[in-house]
Ligand binder design. Structure first.
Ligand code: GDP
Length: 309
């Protein structure tokens, strides 16, 4: 069991009792512990470096309130900074989807194969169709949702979405692997318009690695669909690797938000900070189980706590 940041820092602090301010000298050893804690939580190295530099800037010169010791003061700074960086400063609206457009509001799901796109498509469809979504802090009501798969490489992926749609009781538009993704996009958009769907969620093909063809294909689909939300789905268990994947998707597509899946596993959540740092986009949802009700809006505060241990 790894020590949490407070325990780590308290060891360092034992050597510096009685100091009233955080100074360059007395924070140095503590910042080393912060760096280690973040690396162990799987935050990517360049992100850790930037973060520690930020914390140092904020921390040095701070009065250590009499009831706190310097270690606790630094934990406070780290926690606050981490929460802010992950979207805490955006307020509760950060996880809201922009559905207030002319219907159908299109949501495009992007990510590597196995990241949890199809599962998250089902969860999101359930969430929206049951009226779970908030806008400006208010429930927006039940949405009429259509889901479609633009994965023309794996018939099993289309079948999987069909099963998921039946499970969450939303409509599924059948497609097949002889179609082109763009034709599927056009057909789905047309169907959604004609049948007055509020929301169309488009699940896309994922590859095992980042590849240029896949990026070209999803970009073309994006241009055709002009989605209100382009959500990057990423597996929290990917840890350090999440940063490269996020970079590639972020360069290829104008992402609007992130869904971080598999947070029910033992991932410490460092991927949340890395992905946020690289994409600059809000984390909107967290996947918490394989089941269809395992989706929650993202809470920066809780994630900061989890990363710090
Ligand atoms: P896709 O290839 O991106 O569409 O990924 P899938 O939706 O098929 O998910 C891949 C695997 O991860 C499946 O076994 C899912 O049940 C599982 N999965 C997806 N999201 C979560 C999650 O939040 N928690 C857990 N434990 N499993 C998940």
């Amino acid at each position: 069991m790894l020590d949490n940041l407070t325990q780590r820092l308290s060891r360092v602090v034992k050597t510096m009792r009685g100091e009233a301010r955080l100074t360059e000298a007395n924070t140095q050893d503590m910042l080393r512990e912060v760096r280690m804690a973040l690396l162990e939580a799987d935050v990517a190295l360049p992100v850790v470096r930037d973060f520690v530099a930020r914390v140092k800037e904020r921390a040095v010169g701070q009065d250590v309130v009499s009831s706190l010791n310097p270690g606790q003061a630094l934990v406070g700074v780290v926690h606050k900074e981490l929460t802010a960086l992950m979207g805490g400063d955006l307020g509760a609206d950060a996880s809201e989807l922009s559905l207030a457009s002319q219907p159908p509001a299109v949501i495009l799901m992007a990510g590597l194969q196995g990241a949890g796109k199809t599962t998250s498509t089902g969860k999101l469809a359930k969430w929206l169709s049951e009226g779970g979504h908030l806008q400006g802090g208010r429930k927006t009501g039940k949405k009429k949702v259509l889901v479609v798969s633009a994965d023309v490489y794996r018939p099993a992926a289309i079948e999987q979405l069909k099963t998921v749609a039946a499970q969450v009781k939303v409509d599924f538009l059948p497609t097949n692997t002889s179609q082109k993704p763009e034709d599927i996009g056009r057909q789905a958009l047309d169907h959604a318009k004609r049948h007055h769907y509020d929301v169309l969620i488009v699940d896309t093909a994922g590859r095992l690695g980042i590849d240029e063809n896949m990026m070209r294909e999803i970009r073309a689909l994006h241009d055709l669909l002009t989605p209100v939300e382009t959500l990057f789905v990423v597996d929290a268990m990917q840890g350090q690797d999440a940063v490269n994947v996020a970079q590639a998707f972020s360069q290829a597509l104008p992402l609007t938000g992130v869904v971080l899946t598999k947070m029910d596993g033992d991932a410490r959540g460092g991927a949340a900070l890395s992905v946020r740092h690289v994409t600059g986009k809000p984390l909107k949802f967290v996947g918490l189980s394989e089941k269809m009700d395992g989706l929650e809006p993202f809470h920066p505060e809780r994630m900061a706590q989890r990363i710090l241990g």
